[in-house]
Write a protein that binds this ligand. Structure first.
Ligand SMILES: Nc1ncnc2c1ncn2[C@@H]1O[C@H](COP(=O)(O)OP(=O)(O)O)[C@@H](O)[C@H]1O
Ligand SMILES: [Mg+2]
Length: 486
């Protein structure tokens, strides 16, 4: 038996207003080991014997709350079950479970569109289709509700209630508020109040027995992105790219079922960088992920384009060269001061925006040097990690340096005074920016064997084979001998 405390974990991540979370106190009870907790950045804790508290994510919450007053953050809810771990009957049988139900103490703000997209409702109740109960005229009360919402807005004293781990002790669902959600959506009200309740949770080992993929499936971005249309499909680690509008803002959505963690990472790294250098980083708008880790998507404000790659092909004017060199320096300084490493800064990931600035995109596999983490899928896929992905191949396997990557881009510009000065600044600062996480153990062996197979293919196919150049490039990469031409 594990000695971990029995905790319930919400099946969804809730986009809650940061200000509500920031107002909570920090948890100061007996320490809860990390292994008992999910790895989300923001954890809200509710319990039968105390007030709601913040269990993790104070920094994220405070920084989000200090910006946009209505900013939301994805929070997972952890709760202390009021039903004992062994008492599966009370966890699973509704009438017994209801006797143990308790409510969280705080009220949070959430978008009704998020509630709908999370699939929390057990039935969709519309103005035309209210729940019928005895002889009560629910249609009339539904009309009164809509009228009151239109004139007075949402009354926070009447939060909807989400019960955590309600279905089969595992899945959250809406307990109270079906009519309110629909009425808000119909009246165009985008902010409502919610509180959480809970009773029991299936112990982790049993929940895993039932573990059915898709049980916590994420509704696709189409449910929240207006006018979503697919623009790219089946890229290496991402399933789809879509274009549409998020709350009226033109955006690009990236969706992945492989590198799911990296999607949240793109949102976090992109947001931190955008806050520090808004003119040169595309603005992340929202992200969502399925509770079972089966997929995630992130929406980023659309940058008009074209990419720096296209611009370089057409040839830069000296005025453009000066302006872009300044942008590249702004970007580099923000990377340096936040300690963030992009790892894939090349001309395709810098797009020219309509404001005349280059903006960096694709923060998916960026690394926070203070807390380096690699996406689990990328970690397992050594070929992707060391051979396919990223720039700086000339530095050796698993070594990255954004300043050198940016300096290499500047080397392709017309060499104006400003461009040369920018290159010099980057080259001077590059020493401190090297990040090395070279292959170890089995990965080294795999790469060595892969190198051997590439070498054999080169010998068998001969120099004139159409794939020879690619084989040679990969072989040199694996040997750490690749020289990138500037
Ligand atoms: N915010 C954005 N604005 C405009 N186009 C974008 C944006 N994000 C991505 N794209 C387009 O989608 C392509 C792929 O996106 P990117 O994030 O670079 O993923 P990948 O890892 O596949 O390179 C980009 O090269 C660009 O053409
Ligand atoms: Mg890219």
């Amino acid at each position: 038996m594990s000695g971990l405390p029995h905790l319930g974990i919400s099946s969804n991540v809730y986009p809650l207003e940061a200000a509500d979370l920031a107002a909570l106190k920090d948890y100061d009870g007996p320490p809860i080991p990390d292994e008992a907790l999910p790895d989300d950045d923001v954890l809200l804790y509710i319990r039968p014997d105390g007030e709601d508290v913040l269990l993790r994510g104070r920094r994220n919450v405070d920084s989000a709350a200090s910006g946009d007053a209505r900013a939301t953050l994805p929070a997972r809810v952890v709760f202390k079950p009021s039903i004992a771990k062994w008492n599966l009957v009370a966890t699973l049988v509704r009438t017994l479970r209801n006797r143990h139900r308790y409510h969280g103490t705080a009220v949070y703000h959430i978008s009704p569109r998020a509630v709908r997209a999370l699939g929390l409702e057990r039935a969709i109740r519309t103005l035309e289709n209210p729940q019928l109960r005895k002889n009560k005229d629910r249609a009339a009360s539904m009309r009164r509700l809509a009228a009151s919402l239109r004139t007075r807005g949402y009354d926070d004293a009447r939060p909807i209630n989400v019960m955590l781990c309600r279905t089969c002790g595992r899945t959250d669902s809406l307990r109270q508020g079906h009519h309110r959600v629909s009425a808000c959506l119909e009246c165009g009200i985008d902010r409502m109040a919610v509180h959480f309740s809970a009773a029991g949770a299936l112990p982790g080992c049993i929940a895993r027995l039932f573990g059915r993929r898709g049980a916590f499936a994420l509704p696709g971005p189409e449910t929240q992105i207006e006018g979503a249309r697919v623009i790219l499909e089946n890229k290496y680690i991402n399933d789809r790219f879509l274009e549409g509008r998020w709350r009226g803002v033109a955006c690009i959505v990236k969706e992945s079922s492989k590198a799911v963690w990296s999607i949240g990472n793109e949102y976090r790294m992109g947001s931190a960088m955008h806050a520090a250098a808004p003119t040169v980083v595309a603005r992340p708008l929202a992200w969502r992920h399925a509770a079972d880790g089966s997929s995630a998507w992130v929406a980023t404000e659309k940058v008009a384009g074209p990419s720096l790659a296209e611009l370089l092909e057409r040839g830069l004017s000296t005025a453009q060269a000066d302006a872009f060199a300044a942008d590249i320096l702004t970007l580099a300084r923000a990377l340096g001061s936040l300690g963030i490493l992009h790892r894939d800064l090349f001309a395709d990931n810098l797009l020219l925006d309509s404001d005349g600035h280059l903006k960096a995109i694709d923060w998916q596999l960026a690394i926070d040097r203070a807390l380096p983490r690699e996406d689990p899928w990328v970690k397992r896929h050594w070929k992707f990690r060391y051979v396919v992905f990223g720039v700086n191949r000339d530095l050796g396997l698993g070594v990255w340096n954004d300043f050198l990557a940016l300096a290499r881009l500047l080397a392709r510009f017309p060499q104006t005074e400003a461009v040369r000065a920018a290159r010099a600044e980057l080259e001077a600062g590059a020493g401190a920016m090297t990040y090395a996480d070279p292959p170890r153990g089995l990965d080294r062996l795999r790469l060595w064997l892969y190198g051997l197979s590439l070498r054999m293919q080169m010998l068998l196919r001969g120099r004139r084979h159409r794939k020879y150049a690619q084989l040679e490039r990969r072989w040199r990469t694996v040997r750490g001998e690749w020289k990138e031409d500037s």
